[in-house]
Design a protein around this ligand. Structure first.
Ligand code: FES
Length: 274
């Protein structure tokens, strides 16, 4: 069993949990994820590792309450235990000295972009970051992102904090000004956001890495539920990803697959709420 040692509410629907899982903390690297199971009969869900503390043996996960399992997870408190925390899974981010890099985090995607930006900074890169959310209440970790970024741009869709813009607007401006200086871009957030980031960067030929959060069942490459089409080649997000070259992703197929179980997910949520 894996004890929750801390829990914070970052916004009305975004929660942070710190879980004692020394086997994960010991090997975790930026870009990886865990599969968690709240109880023995519960659904397994993937959560990206937002941070880890090897000495304390803990991992931090940030999630948005969007369905039955994440809402259930949101009700747990410090001292409660999870039945399973499997990981770290997936390939870590390719951290190297690239020069000037751009890290873009949208909504709950700010959580996984943070350890990547930190590792890129530690590797000696100049890190420009853009974080955005629909509204001020949904933004978090501005301080953490500022601490690992040479420049941080903050936007909200409704203008309640930072610039009134979606993340692709400052991105376009940076590209027009200095595309040739940007060696690599990471973008993590809603699939639609990542799709438009990739559309913006493709004409400039800047490698753009996205982290995909698809439906997962086993997390071990056996069930095929997390498959993604990369220009005609099928890959499994759990074992081949979660990071991919965003210019290869078939976004229409991905967006369609993300909705496949919407009806069942709503039914499960309704039953749990009853
Ligand atoms: Fe089953 Fe990836 S979750 S193959």
């Amino acid at each position: 069993m894996f004890k929750i040692v801390d829990k914070k509410t970052l916004s009305p629907s975004t929660k942070l949990v710190v879980v004692r899982a020394p086997h994960v903390a010991k090997r975790a690297r930026p870009g990886q994820f865990v599969m968690i199971q709240i109880d023995e009969s519960g659904e397994r869900i993937p959560l990206t590792i937002a941070d880890f503390d090897r000495r304390a043996g803990t991992v931090t996960m940030i999630f948005q309450e969007v369905g039955k399992t994440t809402m259930h997870l949101g009700t747990l408190r410090p001292g409660d235990e999870l039945f399973a925390v499997a990981g770290p899974l997936g390939h870590p981010s390719e951290i190297a000295l690239y020069g000037k890099v751009l890290c873009i985090g949208g909504g709950v995607g700010i959580a996984p972009i943070f350890p990547i930006a930190r590792a890129l900074k530690e590797a000696g890169n100049t890190v420009l970051s853009i974080i955005g959310a629909r509204t001020k209440d949904l933004l978090f970790w501005e301080d953490r992102m500022a601490s690992v970024s040479d420049e941080l741009i903050i936007c909200t869709d409704d203008g309640s904090y930072g610039r009134k813009a979606v993340v692709t607007q400052p991105l376009q401006e940076i590209l027009m000004k200095e595309a040739s200086n940007i060696a690599r871009i990471w973008a993590i957030g809603p699939a639609v956001m990542m799709k438009f980031v990739c559309k913006a960067t493709e004409p400039y030929g800047i490698p753009t890495i996205v982290s995909l959060n698809t439906i997962m069942v086993d997390g071990t490459g056996m069930c095929g539920s997390c498959r993604v089409d990369l220009k005609g080649e099928t890959k499994f997000v759990c074992v081949d990803g979660p990071e991919f070259d965003g210019h290869l992703v078939n976004w229409e197929n991905l967006l369609m697959r993300l909705c496949i179980y919407r009806e069942e997910e709503q039914l499960a949520l309704n039953r749990w709420l009853e």
